[in-house]
Unconditional design. Structure first.
Length: 82
């Protein structure tokens, strides 16, 4: 889990939940953020798919309930990519 990936996922979650970025951290999850309910989970995963160009199946959506779990789903990026 790179610092860049954490920052990207934290910013996405904060945006979807309408929270300041400082309210979301690398240890944030559905259990630690009251705003992150089941509807928010779907919205987070929809935005994640759109922003990062990945497709998540329903099982993955149900399990991707933390910053760290979402970071693990990010596509690997090359350091030479623009």
């Amino acid at each position: 889990m790179t610092t860049e990936n954490v920052s990207l996922v934290v910013a996405l979650i904060a945006s979807v939940l309408n929270l300041p970025v400082s309210s979301v951290g690398s240890g944030s999850s559905m259990e630690t953020l009251p705003e992150w309910d089941s509807l928010a989970q779907l919205n987070i995963c929809l935005e994640f798919q759109e922003r990062f160009g990945v497709t998540l199946d329903m099982e993955t959506i149900a399990e991707a309930t933390s910053v760290s779990k979402l970071c693990a789903l990010l596509p690997i990026r090359s350091n030479s990519a623009p």
